[in-house]
Design a protein around this ligand. Sequence first.
Ligand code: ATP
Ligand code: MG
Length: 384
Amino acid sequence: MESVIIVRYCEIHLKGNNRGYFERIFAENMEKALKGIKHVIRKQSGRYVIEEFDEDNGGQILNKLKNVFGVHTLSIAKKVRSSVDEIFGAVITVAPLSGTFKVETHRADKTFPLNSMQLNAEIGGKLLGHNKNLRVDVHCPQTVVGIDIRENGTALVFGNLIGGVGGMPVGTAGKGMLLISGGIDSPVAGYMMAKRGMKLDCVHFHSYPYTNMQAREKVEELAKVLGEYSCGTKLNIVKVTHIQEEIHKKCNGDFMVTLLRRFMMRIAEKLAIGCGAQCIITGESLGQVASQTIEGMTSSGSVVEKLPVLRPLCGFDKNEIIERSRAMGAFDISIRPYEDCCTVFLPKHPVIRPKINDVLAEEAKLDVEGLISEALSSLEIMKI
Ligand code: ATP
Ligand code: MG
């Protein structure tokens, strides 16, 4: 009896004329996720079936596919010929040992001698006879035994569904440039945008030697975790030490974070345009820390000239962000205690609601373009 995996997808069915395009990218992303593992992906109406893999790799394939955006649910299924006996033989292998169940048949092959209701009754009755610890509950069963009668003379038989991550296939919604810091929030922000189908490039700003190599390695690891969901990513690494030193030397120190953010945004926009990204993404959440007031966001956002700035976590509580960070597998990396550049020269009393005229007056003391060029000359790009 051959094991296969059924993949059901989200929202793509809503896409009308573009459906073929979404499905093609979705299938490509599954191929990427399963690279190096023997398998064949076959398309059926409204779903995909993974076949011809080694039985031992079933669990690994499930784990990989669970994290592909666009996957709604998955089932490990048995593929048999469409006869009541063979179907029942498969049902025994996927049915629970005890508890309540119901059988649900979907019949694409209308020539199959029993209709769906009749097959449900037939298989349900046989299963009750086979295992006295099972009971039928058609309203709220613990397990649904699914039977799919295909048109090619085969049937797929499966137990409970396994939830996927949902969302849209990465690559169907353009590309964004994520400011990634090494904290908890920005990897989650990237995850949320990738979940809606956006490809990601990342930029990280460091202040070596004030920040150390471990801080940088941490960001590389976070980008790698993110890349598992976003079908890979590129990490741009830019040094901003000289900018912080200049601000420290020439400006009111209370504006350090405010001014630095504006430099980050300008540099991120240049990199974004250079690589074809269509927006800038940050991990800001309204009111979370002093620099994340609406005034702070106005100040940092106002230097971005051509692209929208997306802040997918803006309305999230910290707890909700932490929950997502854990679920995506980033949390344990994010909480490693290495400083990022925002904590270098941190003022005791940072401005919380910066007035734009005050910001401009402080910034006027700096050679903005010169400092940006110097930062860009330090650019390193890593493919993750
Ligand atoms: P995070 O957990 O992402 O670090 P945070 O709560 O620490 O967020 P801030 O330090 O105020 O918040 O940063 C706000 C956002 O600015 C971050 O989510 C990130 O998008 C961006 N950012 C901050 N520092 C850096 C950095 N060193 N490199 C790249 N982006 C950064
Ligand atoms: Mg931070």
